[in-house]
Design a protein around this ligand. Structure first.
Ligand code: SAM
Length: 256
């Protein structure tokens, strides 16, 4: 159980939210983020949801980071009434803060671990979120299902796999014109080149790569945005496990 002072510290940090993202949480969102923190810490005792539990670390690495991936992307900010999917959401990041900040968006939280999704379903109910759907499945599975394939305006993915794996999971789920937002720490030009080539094979194109420093500890982050320009060939995503066991490479992308 977190102490009252942890919660006070988080609340104060939320009230002092940095101006760099050109967005401020409302008092109602501050209260909701505090409740989210308490509930995640409580769920963490049973489930391995997150290693990030100190209040300021939670603020920076979960809340600020979740928001930054959207707020630093002009095309994402402009979306109205968007359908969003968070692939491999784990403890609900970045998808849950996104759903809390954009109530007019419909956000699907996807994870292959049933107990995490059951927890998030309960958490969403306690937070009174009416704009969230919950799916227990693999990204490779939902990417081939009509109710999910090519249905989303925005897909987010953080800490799930390398760029090629993220592209194979995410691009099939997007409508043409949709955006895949990759949340990364380090990012190299070589990774960028490879993602560009793999994205092409999947119908996408790298739109932007935005480096950022987190506001308090100045940790390095990169947000990579891939836009879907044409439908993804039906063979992608490949069967369960294949995208991680045999990630698409520049050469496989170019050879077909
Ligand atoms: N996105 C969260 C975050 O950044 O805090 C959780 C990251 S956690 C390291 C990776 C999550 O992805 C796990 O919860 C795991 O169950 C899920 N995952 C991994 N591969 C997946 C797949 N192919 N389809 C759906 N979920 C997957």
């Amino acid at each position: 159980m977190n102490t009252v002072s942890d919660l006070d510290q988080l609340r104060q940090g939320l009230q002092d939210w940095p101006t760099s993202l050109d967005w401020q949480p409302t008092p109602a969102q501050i209260a909701a983020f505090c409740q989210l923190y308490e509930d995640i810490l409580s769920g963490n005792q049973r489930l391995n949801l997150t290693r990030i539990t100190a209040p300021m670390e939670f603020l920076e690495k979960h809340l600020w980071d979740s928001m930054a991936g959207i707020l630093l992307c002009p095309a994402c900010r402009q979306l109205s009434g968007a359908t969003v999917i968070d692939i491999g959401t784990g403890g609900g990041f970045p998808g849950l803060p996104i759903a809390m900040a954009w109530p007019q968006w419909r956000v699907t939280l996807l994870d292959s671990t049933r107990k995490k999704i059951l927890f998030l379903e309960d958490l969403g109910y306690r937070l009174g979120l009416g704009n969230v759907d919950f799916v227990v499945d693999r990204a490779e599975g939902v990417g081939q299902q009509n109710q999910h394939r090519e249905q989303y305006d925005l897909a987010t993915i953080r800490a799930v796999g390398d760029g090629a794996v993220c592209a194979e999971y995410g691009l099939p789920l997007l409508k043409v014109g949709g955006i895949l937002a990759l949340y990364r720490g380090q990012w190299s030009p070589e990774e960028g080149d490879r993602l560009e080539r793999v994205s092409q094979q999947l119908g996408g194109k790298v739109l932007d790569i935005i480096p950022a420093a987190t506001p308090w500890t100045k940790a390095q982050r990169h947000f990579i945005y891939v836009i879907k320009e044409k439908p993804t060939p039906s063979e992608f995503p490949r069967a369960i496990g294949i995208p991680t066991q045999q990630p698409l490479t520049s050469s496989t992308a170019l050879s077909s």
